[in-house]
Design a protein around this ligand. Structure first.
Ligand code: CUK
Ligand code: CUA
Length: 641
């Protein structure tokens, strides 16, 4: 096995070399091969808008980046799991609770899979969800404000990677653990992994009205590694599918290797059945600790609550709800086509792509066509559920999306390409190189019942020589292909934030009606908000000082503040009185151990300053807001204690 892995690695390197000089056969390479029409297709004239939004995961930056397609222009980096000095997220007092966890304040994570909320299997553009891998969390971003408004920590989980995909009506956003861990978590020998470690699959309900998330139940699965997942849709609505690897339950994946077994499983979970069981009082209320953080858009303040209980379900309690579908060679991706019939498994080390049939799966369950069981969970017979396989399509298949026209597009990491193939006939119809080593790909709506099959966006792990060099670290990138014809056409490369894993895209029209939201000053219920300059004031309480400050073009009130002493803890509660779209003001204070605040119209934000030195110290507006922006300033006089 070691040699196979080694030779696969060698092929990776070779394929990179091969594709980099092989395409086009000249120094111009792929760029030179692009036609003028490619440039036209991605050109969005000054002042014009893009046709699609693309929400691209920021990987180890912990954030979510918003691009326009087809132009590839970056519009916004939405802070999610990491502090962001530009927006004061995680620095100001209002948003700090968003990054609270059962381990304390964690200012970073690794974000992987965004997914847009759905109604009846189609994108509805209300929220986008994304997972934090490292300290397991799921975040919800409100697509009227493009701000993170809720984060829920996932207990009993580690490497929260099968996440965060939504069911057909956003009944649930689902999270799965990559690592199995002792359950309950405790001090025990690692070599006793087998049988003692468990893999939690978590179902977080989403309130259809206000989107409030609630960790409804966790299924404590056998101690495999769980990887990508996707919900059933249409005929398979009510089911959820998760790939697994290391079904050997080896405690080291290095030498004992995870690939002894010819086949691992896709776990098929009938969540409707388990939901019903839980709704009827089933499951065990188990003690645990996890944070649930909510940003209130009226008070503009987040709160963090530590929850101490979760409902856990052992698979044996609900017979007939979970089955294993044997799938070759450590499957990574697990994708369900728009009709809900085909479940595509991508064995990282397999020579083919496996498509299971949902209809056949139900028949096999009905006919009890089992091939033994694992921990009491029936393993379905491979031949009974197989719909077909795409033979020798490439090397290292990872992820598949669909165009809604009967075609599927799969990424191949090792052979660095996107391969287009036909559902049902399993024939390959086109392939195009990526630059290089593509991970996920995204078609807007491509994991829903209604894909918008105009473009596919490939997200690459390696760029080598594609951009101007920037020292040892080179940007990662996305590539846009036109998929309206029989053959794909490469249109554009653009750099990304952090490592782009997955992305979610939708037509811009879906969000446009709501995406210019501003908050009404009179509805601002922030504890320290002031609604006019007349209310601005400085209040001392022992050595705490609260400054109720306003900002409007082009001054602060109060602007000259005296009576502050070394050793005071000074809270600046600053309200932006503006009520026009796109008129934020900023504020920063010399020597403050925080970032600037960038405050949106009608909102209030707070930072803390603990002056250490006597003197008269200036503050100023950091956002060029008017012709008199440079006049928007003030002083604080700091006297000895
Ligand atoms: S993973 Cu990145 S290439 Cu996190 Cu979805 Cu497959
Ligand atoms: Cu306000 Cu510049």
């Amino acid at each position: 096995m070691k040699t196979i892995l080694k030779s696969l690695l060698a092929i990776t390197v070779l394929s990179v070399v091969f594709t980099s000089c092989g395409n086009g056969g000249s120094k111009k390479g792929a760029q030179g091969a692009l036609s003028g029409s490619a440039a036209e297709k991605v050109y969005v004239a000054p002042g014009e808008h893009d046709e699609f939004y693309a929400f691209v995961s920021g990987g180890f930056s912990g954030q979510l980046a918003v691009y326009g397609l087809p132009s590839g222009r970056l519009f916004k980096v939405i802070p999610v799991f990491s502090v962001d000095a530009e927006k004061a997220y995680g620095f100001n007092e209002e948003t700090k609770p968003m990054l609270n966890t059962s381990h304390g304040f964690i200012p970073w994570d690794d974000s992987h899979h965004p997914d847009i909320s759905q109604t009846a299997g189609e994108l509805d553009g209300r929220w986008v969800f994304i997972n934090g891998n490292n300290t397991p969390r799921i975040a919800k971003i409100d697509l009227t404000t493009f701000e993170t408004t809720e984060i829920i920590e996932i207990p009993n989980s580690a490497g929260n990677h099968s996440s965060s995909f939504v069911t057909e009506n956003t009944e649930y956003v689902v999270a799965g653990t990559r690592f199995s861990v002792p359950y309950p978590q405790r001090d025990m020998p690692i070599e006793e992994y087998k049988g003692n470690f468990k893999g939690a699959l978590s179902f977080i309900s989403v309130d259809p009205e206000d989107g409030a998330m609630d960790l409804k139940f966790q299924i404590m699965m056998p101690g495999f590694n769980y990887d990508l997942s996707h919900p059933g849709r249409g005929k398979s609505h009510g089911w959820f599918f998760f790939t697994t690897y290391n079904t050997e339950e080896a405690n080291s994946l290095l030498e004992v290797n995870a690939s002894q077994n010819d086949k691992d499983f896709i776990a098929a979970i009938n969540w409707k059945k388990i939901e019903e069981y839980v709704n009827n009082g089933g499951g065990t209320k188990a003690p645990t600790r996890y944070a649930h953080n909510v940003y209130n858009e009226t008070t503009h303040t987040a709160t963090s609550t530590i929850k101490e209980e979760v409902v856990v379900v052992d698979p044996s309690e609900v017979p007939g709800a979970i089955y294993f579908l044997p799938t070759p060679k450590s499957p990574h991706g697990c994708d369900v086509d728009p009709s809900g019939e085909y479940i595509i498994g991508s064995g990282k080390l397999a020579a083919e792509l496996t498509a299971h049939s949902f209809t056949k799966m139900l028949a096999a369950i009905e006919g009890e066509k089992f091939d033994g069981e694992a921990y009491g969970i029936p393993i379905l017979k491979y031949d009974e559920i197989l719909a077909g396989a795409v033979k020798q399509p490439g090397l290292g298949p990872l992820h598949t999306e669909f165009d809604g026209q009967g075609n599927a597009y799969t990424t191949f990491f090792i052979s660095s390409e996107v391969v287009k193939w036909k559902l049902g006939t399993w024939e390959v119809v086109d392939r195009k190189p990526t630059y290089y080593s593509v991970g996920h790909l995204m078609i807007p709506g491509g994991n829903s019942r209604k894909p918008f099959g105009k473009y596919v966006l490939a997200m690459n792990k390696i760029t080598k020589d594609r951009y101007l060099p920037t020292g040892p670290e080179v940007t990662q990138s996305a590539q846009l292909y036109d998929i309206t014809g029989e053959k794909m056409e490469l249109l554009l490369d653009f750099p990304t934030i952090g490592e782009p894993h997955y992305a979610a895209g939708c037509p811009a029209d879906l969000l446009k009606p709501n995406s210019k939201k501003i908050f009404k000053l009179e509805e601002n219920e922030h504890e320290y908000a002031v609604k006019s300059e007349a209310e601005a004031k400085v209040v001392r309480d022992g050595n705490e000082v609260h400054i109720y400050m306003t900002m409007i073009r082009s001054h602060f009130a109060p602007d000259n503040i005296e009576g502050i002493q070394v050793g005071d803890k000074v809270y600046f509660h600053v309200t932006n009185l503006e009520q026009d779209y796109d008129v934020p003001h900023g504020i920063s204070m010399i020597g403050a151990n925080t970032s600037e605040l960038l405050i949106m119209p009608g909102q209030t934000e707070t930072f803390v300053w603990e002056p250490k030195q006597v003197g008269v110290w200036p503050f100023y507006c950091t956002d060029f807001c008017s012709a008199l922006h440079q006049e928007m300033q003030g002083y604080v006089r700091v006297s000895p204690k």
